[in-house]
Write a protein of this length. Sequence first.
Length: 386
Amino acid sequence: MNISWHRTLLTAAAVTSALGAGQAPAVRITSPAAGEFVSGVSRLAAVIEPPDAVSTVQAVTFTVDGRLTCTVEQPPFACAWDAGEVVRDHHVRVVATLTGGGRLTANLRTEGLGYVERVRSDAVLVPVIVTRDGQFVRGLKRQDFEIAEDGVSQPIASMANEDGPLDLVLAIDVSSSMELSLDRVKVAVKRLLSKLRPGDTATLVGFNDTLFLAAEREQDPQARERAVDLLTAWGGTALYDATVRSIDLVSRDWGRKGIVIFSDGEDRNSLTPRDAAVRRVQQSDAMLYTVGFGSGATDPSLRRGLQDFASATGGRAFFPRSASDLDDAFDAIVAELAHQYVLSYALANPGHDDRWRTISVQVRGGGYDVRARQGYRPHGPRRAGR
């Protein structure tokens, strides 16, 4: 049994014993309510049940959309929170830390008024990787490429070459099953980040039952290393929530973008359905890489899901068998992102349908291996408030 999980069970058992054979301790969010529409300055509040269990609580922490909002050490466990002017959905999480190190958790999602479209010029962005005889091909020009949508050739409007800055989002599974291997994983993550070039930015998040934002669009290498050191292992796995939120965190600006999702287990805790996560991946214009570790590398259904996520965007899935193999996977990802082209063309059939449209990319002259975004759903939404 995992050490931290074992400690949590012992703590909960001790609290239950002290309270008698009645209700087991729990934390419940009382404000906002699930499905509520919130905006402006709002109230975050939670209660411990039964009331006698309050004496076992050291602190209650509130996070919203992965960002720490407040920590309250005495009841009433409540604080103010500015939800912003736009009515959008939010993931609210409460963690009550118990005497002895155990935790009680609760989650809910507020309601939004639908997706808010990003400012756009009806352009389709297509990230592309080109190799020949196993080597990356550099120096290609816009006129070297050909793009077709649903089999119809499209004029290429612009191209960002491999020398442009990279916006990288790196999401690391920090669920309790990662406790024994997390230190090795953190070393590999630091090595990956050290290979970014001046001008590249990195957003680092850790996820278990929810997502924790450790660094956002950070260019300072030392600040990125400090953010990696903040990651600790506990809780369950919410892979679909983390995938959707990582897509939301990618820059809206035109240019080279990449997302790396690292997970070691089956999703058991997401509030986001798998189908919704798949659609968000299909609507993203960032190249997505997935790294399956542990059961994520061996379970056929998990492997298939991670492969589907990556291939839809032109990325790749990696399945290292041990922490020592992570460096090879991360090195391959960084190398690809360093040689990424981004092409754009005008939306071929502007309309309000969101049907899947296939994309094919070729390099004139033949003899090249080209991997690119396989297709897209038009009017891909961005969550409001970013």
